[in-house]
Design a protein around this ligand. Structure first.
Ligand code: BGC
Length: 748
């Protein structure tokens, strides 16, 4: 707690301004400061400068210092040296016209120095508290360096694994993404933004960036308003409700209007409907990219459109800095709009306590890579890894097993970190090979077989096969290198790259039990490979503690706790494939004619004229929500009450869940609904709640999930929320394809 006296700090400046982060006074003080500012100074606050993400400045470039001194800068990004940050802040505060402190932004996405599993992996944990703790630990580390603003969470619902940024998402489901997005905001921002370890969060990329056509990054997005509001907007609304201080616009156009100048999004939805009072920043140069989009003639035109639509801060394009002042003077942009933008920016700076202590320090100067963060990261690896197959209980491995560790990602310290890890170092990574060697000593034999995930050479196969032959079990660590997912890293082929499939087949031919551990930024199609494996564990890109975390899972010290946050396709040709799809008028029957059995010369309509692929059917490889543990659970005695629920009521859905195995274990109990008859077509299933339980062997417990009726609504084409009376099916179970089924009635 800061003493009341320090809430009011007169900055010793040429032009002294008294400001504070004390909530009752905050608005008045923002307005007082605003009233003193010139138009040029206001525009200055709307400019985010800095540099690319690699490395830091040394020394600080004179033009940046000059901008800070002249009040032409509101925030900087990627200045990653405490001393340089302090110097720049000192120039802004002591030499700038109003002494307004700068924001220091950074992509603190899934860790800082301690790297946690990628967001898609964290989503697989279905554990909001874990996600909150990981974000908190990341904020503590980043704030130690002087960062006070993180460009996270990314809330783009993503239903296309070709898109490289699926790695940064919480997957395909609006509800899961909403819960985890809010948890990330809570973790980054802490209990009070003014605490020195709190970072202002930035909900991005607003909006529908994940719906980029064909999964090609930055691509055009065409989604009707109903789908936008049902699927893509809810995580943003949840983040705003959780108090996210800022929002970043998306690179894409949405139904013809670039998100960066989209008044529907920035004015109507964000401010008028949700009451957002922070500020909106563009994505990197997305203001001037509107010239390439073809909706702006030049940078001045782009600046005018973006500012007028509701953009408050320009990241790196220079269009606001170069043109906004005269655009206002000419009357092309309303000065009230500029005041609104600057109010939001100053409000966040005050809430952060920057006017009280522009050089906010982490109270205890928390160490990087603290044992508690590393321990959390290790637990997160186990919790996020998803066991897709485990024939004959191959896993966990017996303690005395002689293990052959093979594959290009067994000892790839950089690759295990995944995308967006500028501040984490490969030198801190604990690899699977190292961790397993520590555990097994002489009982480990290893050979990578392939140098990288894309290696096509068979030169290393011989040695890999030979170590495999000396073992009781082969553990193959493969997948994708870090560079193959993330921004602008879309893939058209979702199979294991390089010669990995070939190597896996040859390893399987040794007849030794084979465990595949996949490290990747997205679902990797395993069609045609699964039958060659005994067990498949999806580890995503697990981060710094990949090795110890995966060793814990492989040897049963921890369970694989993950459940898929995305539907897992058989092949790329099924994409997009997601569980919450509409039914069509011709849903496929349970039984389809297998491709090879289609009679030659068959009549055109003899195969059922229904919605499916002739060669692969209608089902994915694994459904959303799926994941095995080391024990088994049985569900019984469904109860849905009340049977009739009012629009302001709550449905309680419960079942007895029993651990029918011999080991303690955790289950993610999932509840889905389907609106049977509605004024618009509705998804065949929608996740509306989940609960994690830990049960001892043979323990049975009634697990209940409360579903507020409000969650059963959807959006009409005019932006109206509909909560329609009628019958709903409900399921409680282990994934989106199974579960006990019941029903209830929603009344007006
Ligand atoms: C990305 C954003 C990121 C920004 C700043 C952009 O290229 O799309 O997600 O926050 O760069 O690094």
């Amino acid at each position: 707690m800061r003493p009341a006296a320090v809430l009011f700090v007169a900055l010793a400046l040429s032009t002294s301004v008294v400001v504070a982060s004390d909530p009752p006074n905050l608005e008045a003080r923002v307005q007082a400061l605003l009233a003193e500012m010139s138009l040029a100074e206001k525009v200055g606050q709307m400019c985010l400068g800095g540099r690319g993400s690699r490395g830091s400045y040394d020394p600080l470039p004179e033009p940046l210092l000059e901008d800070a001194r002249a009040g032409r800068l509101g925030a900087v990004l990627n200045v990653m040296d405490r001393g340089l940050m302090e110097r720049l802040q000192r120039v802004a505060v002591e030499e700038g016209p109003r002494g307004i402190p700068l924001l220091f932004g950074r992509d603190v996405i899934h860790g800082f120095r301690t790297v946690f599993p990628i967001p898609l992996g964290q989503a697989a944990a279905w554990d909001p508290e874990l996600v909150r703790q990981a974000a908190r630990a990341s904020a503590v580390e980043a704030s130690t360096l002087g960062v006070n603003w993180s460009f996270a969470p990314m809330l783009d619902v993503s239903r296309d694994p070709r898109w490289g940024r699926v790695a940064e998402s919480f997957g395909e489901d609006p509800y899961l993404s909403s819960v985890l997005g809010a948890a990330t905001v809570a973790g980054l921002q802490g209990d009070d933004l003014a605490e020195p370890t709190s970072l202002a969060a930035c909900a991005k990329h607003f909006a529908a960036y994940g719906a980029a056509e064909g999964g090609r990054d930055y691509n055009t997005v065409a989604v009707p308003e109903t789908v936008l509001r049902d699927v893509y907007l809810p995580p943003f609304e949840a983040a705003i409700r959780a108090g996210a201080a800022s929002v970043m616009t998306a690179f894409n156009d949405l139904n013809g209007v670039p998100a960066t100048a989209n008044a529907f999004l920035l004015r109507q939805v964000l401010r008028d409907e949700w009451g957002f009072d922070g500020f909106v920043v563009s994505d990197w140069s997305s203001v001037t990219e509107m010239i390439a989009h073809g909706t702006s003639a030049d940078p001045a035109d782009a600046a005018a459109q973006a500012a007028a639509a509701g953009l408050d801060m320009d990241m790196m394009s220079g269009a606001f800095g170069g043109h906004l002042e005269w655009l206002v003077k000419e009357g092309a942009v309303d000065s009230a709009r500029v005041d609104e933008a600057v109010t939001g920016i100053l409000r966040v700076k005050m809430k952060l306590g920057l006017f009280d202590d522009p050089y906010r320090r982490s109270a205890a100067g928390a160490p990087l890579l603290a044992p508690a963060s590393l321990d959390l990261a290790r637990r997160a690896v186990a919790r996020s890894s998803v066991l897709l197959k485990n024939s004959g209980d191959l896993l966990p491995l017996p303690g005395g097993a002689r293990v052959a560790v093979v594959g290009p990602l067994a000892d790839a310290p950089h690759e295990q970190l995944g995308t967006w890890t500028f501040d984490g170092g490969a030198e801190d990574s604990r690899t699977p090979l190292a961790a397993l060697r520590e555990r097994l000593g002489e009982r480990l034999v290893s050979a990578p077989g392939l140098a990288t995930s894309r290696d096509r050479s068979r030169d290393g196969f011989g040695e890999a096969i030979s170590v495999a032959r000396q073992s009781d079990v082969i553990v193959f660590f493969g997948g994708e290198e870090a560079i193959l997912s993330g921004e602008a890293h879309s893939r058209a082929d979702l199979r294991l790259p390089g010669a990995q499939e070939e190597l896996i087949r040859e390893l399987a031919a040794t007849d030794k039990p084979l465990v595949l551990v996949i490290l990747a930024g997205r679902p990797i199609t395993l069609h045609g490979l699964l039958e060659h494996t005994g067990a498949v564990l999806i580890a995503w890109h697990p981060g710094t503690m990949a090795g110890p975390g995966l060793a814990d899972v492989l040897f049963g010290d921890a369970e694989p706790g993950g459940r898929l946050p995305v539907t897992w396709p058989k092949t790329v040709g099924q994409v997009p494939i997601y569980y919450g799809h509409k039914n069509t008028g011709r849903p496929p029957p349970d039984e389809l004619v297998p491709f090879d059995e289609i009679p030659v010369g068959a009549w055109q309509s003899s195969l059922s004229n229904t919605s499916h692929y002739l060669d692969l059917g209608a089902e994915p490889q694994f459904p959303f929500g799926f994941g095995l543990g080391y024990t088994r659970f049985a569900y019984r005695d469904l109860e849905v009450s009340p049977a009739t629920v009012a629009a302001d009521g709550t449905v309680n859905v419960s079942a007895v869940v029993e651990n029918v195995g011999d080991r303690p274990g955790g289950e993610v109990v999932q509840v889905y609904v389907r609106d049977r008859v509605a004024s618009l077509t509705r998804p065949v299933r929608e996740l509306v709640g989940f609960e994690r339980v830990e049960l001892a062997p043979r323990e049975a417990r009634r697990v209940a999930v409360e579903v507020p009726a409000e969650r059963l609504g959807f959006w009409g084409p005019g932006g109206e929320r509909r909560l329609e009376p009628g019958r709903f099916s409900v399921w409680i179970g282990p994934n989106a394809a199974e579960g006990l089924e019941g029903e209830f009635e929603l009344t007006p």
